[in-house]
Ligand binder design. Structure first.
Ligand code: S3P
Length: 415
């Protein structure tokens, strides 16, 4: 089997959440196309609607009309989406809203203390037993803070910035390690007084109202990575991945692919609303193992499950360290990767903050436990393409969290 042809991807999930939020804060109507169609973004849309925001989202096209936020009558269900829960906590605290946030079983077990802590320093009245959902927000006046991020998390950074929009005075965030910067880019594009430096962001809130916008969202590089990985391994493959978000904080996986010896070339880079976008050509190669450390992790954090699958096909050892954050994603991804790879013939050693994989291994069939995690399910769907026997997932539906189009795209690429 080989993958060939041209693929277009649904819009980037991180940017999709932020488009809805920025639109909700804007003075007027914003228009967007190629929004992500997965359940996570739908959760953000539904929560914003419950807060009185007029939002129309059909497939990937929609509009959002900014307006005054209202106290929701019922709890806001964030589904499986950590981005929804964390960004909305900051946003709603900044809009002085009273709300309760809940989530599914997986989200209810993820740490919220990382956003509660800085928001409380800002004066927010936010409570969650054991620092996990359900979480309650009550209206309180906020003041700006200077805060150093203890983890390189874009969700934490974004929660503080969104709260900062409704705070008195400047909010300054120091980030020792960079993380995805879509929130600050979008705020700047929307006319907010925000200064973005290498390790420091300074937000000076004005009226709190943003400018409305039009945006055609770039394809999600995290979704594209599954296809790039399969093309890198399967001999004779050549894929053109069109209109992919090429923001440097998101393309670490493609750089690693190149280091591993896959054919990889960005064909054209352009810019739209402050975000770099490009077309990417990926060709198969004889892959070599690589070492990836803490500094490289944030730019490929969501791609580590597929990188692990890829590493089983590379010659030599692939060593990933400094990725302890994987243990608090939709599931403990280090455990899920390790347990499942072993079942289908991978040679993996689990580390507290990563893994060591020795390759190449001939993968065989097996039963995969996804733990309802969309990226585990997609990574092992790619493993199925590379293996000599049937690989069965206990839950394919969880892929709808980020990319309901996944199998359709796989079928297109396999033709
Ligand atoms: C995201 C940030 C990352 C990433 C997640 C989406 C975002 O999480 O893993 O899938 O949209 O801000 P952290 O902020 O926890 O690193």
């Amino acid at each position: 089997m080989r993958l060939r042809g041209e693929l277009q991807f649904p819009g980037d999930k991180s940017i999709s959440h932020r488009v809805l939020i920025a639109g909700a804060l804007a003075h007027g109507k914003s228009f967007f196309t190629n929004c992500a169609t997965g359940l996570d973004v739908k959760s953000t849309a539904a929560c914003l609607r419950q807060c009185g925001i007029e939002l129309d989202l059909r497939c990937s096209v929609g509009t959002v009309t900014g307006g005054e936020f209202k106290n929701p009558l019922m709890a806001l269900h964030c589904g499986n989406s950590g981005t929804t829960a964390r960004l909305l906590t900051g946003l709603l605290a900044g809009q002085h809203i009273q709300a309760e946030l809940t989530g599914d079983v997986s989200l209810s077990d993820r740490p919220m203390g990382r956003v509660l802590h800085p928001l409380r320093i800002m004066g927010a009245d936010v409570h969650a037993t054991n620092r996990k959902l359900p979480l309650k927000i009550r209206s309180a006046p906020l003041k700006g803070i200077s805060y150093t991020l203890p983890v390189p998390s874009a969700q934490v950074k974004s929660a503080i910035l969104l709260a900062g929009l409704g705070a008195e005075g400047q909010t300054v965030i120091f980030s020792p390690l960079p993380s995805r910067d879509h929130t600050e880019i979008m705020l700047k594009q929307s006319g907010v007084n925000i200064e973005i430096r290498q390790q420091k962001i300074i937000l000076s809130p004005g009226t709190g109202e943003l400018e409305p916008f039009k945006m055609d969202l770039p394809g999600d590089p995290s979704t594209a990575s599954f296809f790039a990985a399969a093309a890198a391994v399967l001999p004779g493959s050549e894929l053109f991945l069109k209109n992919i978000l090429a923001n440097p904080s998101r393309i670490g996986f493609f750089e690693i692919l190149r280091k591993m010896n896959a054919g990889l070339e960005w064909l054209e880079i352009r810019e739209d609303r402050g975000e770099k976008v490009g077309d990417l050509r990926v060709q198969s190669g004889t892959l070599q193992g690589v070492e990836i450390g803490e500094a490289e992790i944030p730019a490929l954090i969501d791609e580590l499950p597929i990188l692990a699958v890829l590493a089983t096909q590379a010659v030599g050892k692939t060593v990933v360290t400094g990725a302890g954050e994987l243990r608090v994603k939709e599931t403990d991804r280090i455990r899920a990767i390790s347990e499942n790879l072993k079942k289908i013939g991978g040679d993996i050693e689990e580390l507290p903050d990563g893994f060591i994989i020795s390759g190449p291994s001939q993968l065989h069939g097996g039963e995969i436990k996804t733990y309802g995690d969309h990226r585990i399910a997609m990574a092992f769907s790619v493993a199925a393409l590379l293996s000599g026997g049937p690989v069965r997932l206990d839950d394919e539906a969880c892929i709808d969290v980020s990319c309901p189009e996944f199998f359709q795209l796989i079928r297109k690429a396999c033709n």
